[in-house]
Design a protein around this ligand. Structure first.
Ligand code: RIB
Length: 292
């Protein structure tokens, strides 16, 4: 069982071929609202693969909140610890899809109300979890509180340090796996990439987009190549990687196998529109792994 603690957003996605200059109005191609939020995305990624997933988060008392909670239920995720607040609106992400890449602005809203009280309420389920996954779209104090609780309970934590501005280097001893991309890695660690990896063997796994991921296993640098594919929408690829990595690690795969599995899952996720649209089932990952 995996508990995911994090953000639940509605993604407001604009697909455009023209990027507006300051003060300019342009016509976009398409607009859609689709479920997102790094927390919810990682929960859905692990659930689609067959994981037994509990989600902890907060949504507003509004239509988006209801829709997003229903979506999690439809994905087979336990939402007992998804609470509703009248104090803030459901989190949203404004996503611009432009030239095969995205630019995202998140307004956290209700995600900012995930507090240690919510974490304490879920202590029993957290204690029974094989792993807890977190990201940084909820308050940093809550992440810190949860890291300490998980340490006490002996539950490993996979932290996806995004957005990296909320990361605190003093947390490193409390984390089992941390998965920055190259930019986030440079933001949160001083020193070059090689020495960062060497200082944190089997713990810092740096994602390299479609190129794959790398880490240091204590003896040598391990580079696990990504699977090249035709990307339609890269939103949520990192989340798919994290959900799949946690699923693979908690089902007995070695770190190297798990990174390979997560790379394949991420490559499948970018082939469809929306953060969760392309997240694969276990069968889809296994068939691509088999064909490699
Ligand atoms: O990682 C992608 C996600 O980041 C989007 O779904 C958006 O909601 C933001 O949280």
């Amino acid at each position: 069982m995996i508990t995911v603690i994090g953000s639940i957003n509605m993604d407001l996605v604009i697909d455009t071929t023209i990027f507006p200059k300051q003060g300019e109005t342009v016509l976009g191609n398409r607009f859609e609202t689709v479920p997102g939020g790094k927390g919810a995305n990682q929960a859905v990624a692990a659930a689609r693969l067959g994981g037994d997933i509990h989600m902890l988060g907060v949504v507003g008392e509004d239509g988006f909140g209801q829709e997003l909670t229903k979506n999690l239920v439809a994905e087979g995720i336990d939402t007992q610890f998804v609470s509703t607040t009248s104090q803030a609106a459901t989190g949203i992400a404004n996503i611009l899809l432009y030239e095969n890449d995205n630019r995202i602005i998140v307004v956290p809203g209700a995600n900012g109300l995930v507090t240690p009280t919510e974490i304490d309420g879920a202590k029993e389920v957290i204690g029974k979890s094989d792993m807890v996954i977190m990201q940084l779209e909820i308050p940093a104090d809550t992440v810190h509180y949860t890291l300490n609780l998980c340490k006490q309970l002996g539950v490993p934590v996979l932290l996806n340090p995004a957005p990296s501005e909320n990361f605190d280097a003093s947390w490193m001893d409390l984390i089992s796996y941390i998965t920055p991309n190259e930019t986030e890695c440079a933001d949160i660690f001083s020193g070059d990439l090689e020495s960062t990896l060497e200082q944190h063997p089997n713990k810092v796994i740096v994602t390299l987009g479609s190129k794959g991921a790398r880490y240091f296993d204590g003896k040598e640098h391990i580079f696990v190549e990504g699977f090249k594919t035709q990307a339609v929408d890269t939103t949520g690829a990192g989340d798919t990687f994290n959900g799949a990595l946690a699923y693979a690690l908690t089902t007995g795969q070695s770190l190297k196998e798990a990174v390979r599995f997560a790379n394949i899952a991420a490559s499948l996720s970018v082939e469809k529109f929306g953060a969760q649209g392309g997240m694969p089932t276990l069968q889809m990952v296994e068939s691509r792994l088999g064909g490699q």
